[in-house]
Design a protein around this ligand. Sequence first.
Ligand code: SF4
Ligand code: SF4
Length: 577
Amino acid sequence: MLEETRSHKVNKVIERMGKKLSRQIVGSLVACVHCGMCTNSCHYVLANPDDPTFAPAYKADQIRKIFKRHFDWTGRIFPWWVNAKDYHSDEELEKLKETVFGKCTNCRRCTINCPMGVDFAVLNRMARGLLVSVGVMPEGVAVVSKDQWELGNQMGVLKEDYLETLEWLSDELENEFGDPAARIPIDKADADVIYAINPREIKYDPRTISDAARIFYLTGEKWTMASEGWDMTNFGFFSGDDDLAGTVVRRLFKKVIELRGKKLVLSECGHGYRAVRCEGPNWAGMDVPFEMESSVITMLRYLKEGRIRVDQTKNNTPVTFHDSCNNARSCGFFEEPRELLKLVATDFREMYPNRAENYCCSGGGGAMSMAEYTPLRLKAAKVKADQLKATGAKTVVTTCHNCADALTDLIRHYKLGMKVTHLVNLVSNALKVEKKVVVAEALPVLSLQGYKILVVDDEPDILTFISTVLEDQGAKAVQASDGDQALEMALKEKPDLITLDLSMPGRSGGVVFEEFRKNPALSDVKVCIITGKPELRRLIYDRPVRPPEGYLDKPVNEETLLVNVRKILEVREGEKK
Ligand code: SF4
Ligand code: SF4
């Protein structure tokens, strides 16, 4: 077939495919005998039983036919015999995009059920990379990739916001333990542990960072976090862009080397763990002169060595465990999370099937960033929802922030009424803290005199508690118990700060928050969200307005409230307004 009959993009895709044909990829391209044994292992097939285009072998054939037409001798001579096919137009590439991005999460469940050893996820990732190289990709993939290329992390977190978040988490930690040493060290050279995280933790779930920091502090670990090169995630892993994948992991490795860290401990992130520890050295093309381990292993070791002690009765609601595909199926990381979970929780209920056979959370392969496929994703999540429901657990624990997002979404969609949490949260909650914890009288003098604060909450007890704490420090507290009243009071009172609940009758706190920001008379007023629903954080930060100045989880105690209010209002000790 003449080159001129194909679009420029198609020619590029074919040319680049030739350069990507490793032995592993060719093996998977030629080995399929179309036996169909993989078909029912795919959660997309289970949700769409009458549509053959979801079958793993069918999806693989959309990639395979290009290979056969151009790189396999039988396909070049007898294309009709081996189902080889040439691609010509950009429309055909768009169709392939729908398959490789929209109909597969690269979970590899089909792979372990293939007697011929076909690894469809490897083919799918290669096809994604080929399409990305000619600009054919979902918009979300382009946006997230750009953030990771340009800002060094895939959630677009600015360096100052990252450092500021660590700073206020440190303030809370120091306050909790009454110890100036109880802070998150930044860029400390020669540390025994350098802790790398998923940027979702900074943006939506900073409690996982402070929980890890509590554990490191109580063990007396010589640890640090890096000011740059801290993102353990890797969007190149999802998009198939090997250049991005290598660049991202090199940033991480170079920072550890620069700080002369002895061990890189990776937070709970499935694909990040696989990308850094399993694939990273190859992608980075460099020697890695330090150890790497998952924080799950680190926490388990601390417990076994007696460096921390726990009271598992503090986590006594029924919990189940979701295996991240990347951690479990692809890295063989099955038993350690379970061992740790059983040490810190009293009622663990296994989910079936599990370990290598577990179903994808439905958010793998970067699916959470591809909004156009959300209905398809949630439909395919039905089998996971059924798995979760059958356990009877109230909480699902996972070792992956990506899974946490997807599970939260499907739990909401299928109305399962479950919570999602990480192992670090359970370990931290179960900790037996023997160090001195600061008492209220030891707090520094904090004058809020001259400040007016609007407290918004539909629960009278909480309204009273927050108002009393603030008034005891000299602030004038005014109150509102629903969204309409909040808006009215804010306009009338012009407060310096609004503490805002999210779940209220009538208009939700999220809607009210956006109205505050969009109202020119209130747009400068600082807002601190105080909510019992930490999972709503994303919905607040994703609104098209300036994010809130603070975000606290209920129950909030006096110390935490005052530390944060002082920080938001930039009040210094001994100063008055
Ligand atoms: S990798 Fe997972 S989502 Fe993709 S086809 Fe196989 S089973 Fe389905
Ligand atoms: S199980 Fe393997 S050989 Fe059989 S159809 Fe699936 S990919 Fe092909």
